[in-house]
Design a binder for this molecule. Sequence first.
Ligand SMILES: N[C@@H](CCC(=O)N[C@@H](CS)C(=O)NCC(=O)O)C(=O)O
Length: 203
Amino acid sequence: MKLYFIPFACSLATRIAINEAELDAEFVQVTPGQPLPDGRDFASVSPMGYVPAMEAGAVTLSEGPAVLTYIADLAAEGVLAPAPYTAERYELTKWLNFISTEIHKAVFAPLMTGRSNEGAREWAKGQADKRFGLLSAHLDGRQFLLDQFSVADAYLLAVLNWCEFAGIDIAQWPVLKDWRAAMRQRPSVAAAMATEMPLREAA
Ligand SMILES: N[C@@H](CCC(=O)N[C@@H](CS)C(=O)NCC(=O)O)C(=O)O
C-alpha cells in the first residue's frame, strides 16, 4: 500500500493509524504543484490534488475518512475501528464526518489559506466556538472519541495540531488542550510526529 502525504497535513492521521496497527505502508511525499517522484501527476491518484490518498493493488482512494476506514479495516478488529455493523461503528463514521466537514474545512481551511480575508477568518473563528465546545464537552472525562482509540482520534489530533498555526488559542478549551497533549504522548502519535517534523522543516 502506498500512502500519499504532506508533512503535518491531515494525512498525518494515516501515518498514526499505520503505526498504531503496525501495518506496512510506503509513504510518498507530495509537493503541491510538482509531479510525484515517479513522474506522474498527483491528480491521477487524487483528483482534487488532496492528501491523504492511497493506492493498494486495484484500489485507489482519496478523501481522509475513506482512506482511514480502509486502513482500519486492514488492521486487527478493534485496533483502529469498532466492528462493522455495530452502533459504535456508525459513531466512528459520525466523528470522521464531523472532523472533516465541521472542523477541518469549516474552521481550519479558511484560517490556513493565504487566500483568505479578514471576514472569512472571523467567520471561521466564530465557527470554532460551537464546534470546539461540542468536542470539549464530549471529551471531558474521556480518553478517546469512542470507547477505545480509533482513526477518528488520529484525525482529530492531526487537525488540532494546527491550532497555533491557524491562530486558535486551544487553551480556551482546557479539555482539548489536555487531550491533545495526552494524545501526543501515545507512541503511534509521537513516532508519526517525529517522522514528519524534519520533513516539514525541510519542505
Ligand atoms: N476533502 C479532503 C480534504 C483533504 C485536504 O484538505 N488535504 C489538504 C491537506 S490537510 C491538501 O492536500 N492540500 C493540498 C493542496 O490544497 O494543494 C479529505 O477529506 O481528505
